[in-house]
Design a protein around this ligand. Structure first.
Ligand code: DP6
Length: 323
């Protein structure tokens, strides 16, 4: 009998063009394509083992997980178990390299690592595309943590046609994400609910009408390595997503006062020729995107802003891999 155990590592990713709103909630088919960068050092390591425990067990950062969180993990694994025809209980042990309380997305790195570890433990050989589609079922953005470096998620219109692929390897561009942490408390409304609420915003369709242009501009900026052009469209796209969030039902305010102060500081820095641009996910932390040559100045500037509790740095990284 062969051992059914594997360990995988996957990075979190920061979206430059965002995913907010879906055309199919069950399959997590997004309303639009999105673009992201995998983040070095912000990762999840997951071991999956079948047949070695009495019942399905999920342990995250040393804590036995129960309720909805466990259900989300187990129903993801059930899909794979059913496909392979395995019924043995599973034991999942997962560890994040960053504090969960830091408010950095763990669902993307978590489900990407889980998809790879589960299929490897069951000796399934999936292509990168198939693995990306599978990870998407756990959390949409997880599909972008499978391929390397800078990634595009093709929205598609079916399970198989909605997946992410690598646009450029991590070494293509020395872009840095300097993350300003402004709050450690968990968010009130998770993104799974937020994606549904978004559709009630009068600006939802407006955003979708613009997002194609954002994608085009971002891809053009990548091809030309035009950093200001990339930065401008990154910030614009994030703001358009937050306009939708703030006007959805319920209104979702993910920012705090410090978030806004950072955005205003960045405007001033750019006027002083420091090229740094913001992107913000479903939380109050600000990802400040800059080039490596400006990293130290950006870190210094952010640390000087009242209310910035800590600063983390991520550079482009590989996608999910086995350990
Ligand atoms: C704001 O991938 O977390 O970070 O599919 O419901 O798990 P689910 O949502 P999730 O949404 C990410 C939203 C975002 C933008 C982005 O990463 O594109």
């Amino acid at each position: 009998m062969s051992v059914k155990k594997a360990t995988a590592v996957a990075p979190a990713n920061i979206a430059f063009i965002k995913y907010w709103g879906r055309k199919d909630d069950k399959l997590r088919l997004p309303a639009n394509n999105s673009l992201s960068m995998n983040m070095s050092g912000i990762e999840t390591t997951t071991t999956v083992e079948f047949g070695e425990s009495e019942q399905d067990t999920v342990i995250i950062d040393g804590h036995l997980v129960k309720g909805q969180e466990q259900e989300r993990v187990i129903s993801f694994i059930d899909r794979v178990r059913q496909e392979v025809g395995v019924t043995e209980p599973v034991r999942v042990q997962s560890k994040n390299s960053f504090p969960r309380s830091a408010g950095l997305a763990s669902s993307a790195s978590g489900f990407a690592a889980l998809a790879l570890a589960t299929t490897a433990a069951l000796h399934q050989e999936l292509t990168e595309q198939e693995l990306s589609s599978l990870a998407r079922l756990g959390s949409g953005s997880a599909c972008r943590s499978i391929p390397d470096g800078f990634v595009e998620w093709v929205a598609g219109d079916s399970h198989e046609s909605s997946y992410a692929y690598s646009l450029y390897p991590p070494s293509y561009w020395d872009i840095v994400d300097v993350i300003a942490l402004t709050d450690y408390s968990p968010k009130d409304v998770g993104s799974t609910t937020g994606h549904v609420a978004a559709q009630e915003s009068p600006f939802y369709q407006v955003r979708l009408d613009h997002v194609e242009d954002h994608l085009k501009l971002a891809k053009r900026a990548f091809a030309a390595k035009d950093f200001p052009a990339l930065g401008e469209v990154i910030e614009k796209d994030s703001l358009s997503m937050h306009a939708v969030m703030m006007t959805s039902n319920p209104h979702l305010y993910y920012w705090n006062g410090v978030t806004l102060n950072i955005l205003k500081s960045l405007q001033q820095w750019r006027a002083d020729n420091l090229l740094a641009y913001a992107t913000i996910d479903a939380g109050p932390n600000v990802h400040v995107i800059c080039q490596q040559q400006d990293q130290d100045e950006v870190i210094r500037g952010l640390k000087n802003i009242d209310g910035v509790k800590d600063v983390m740095i991520a550079t482009p990284s590989l996608g999910a891999h086995l350990k």
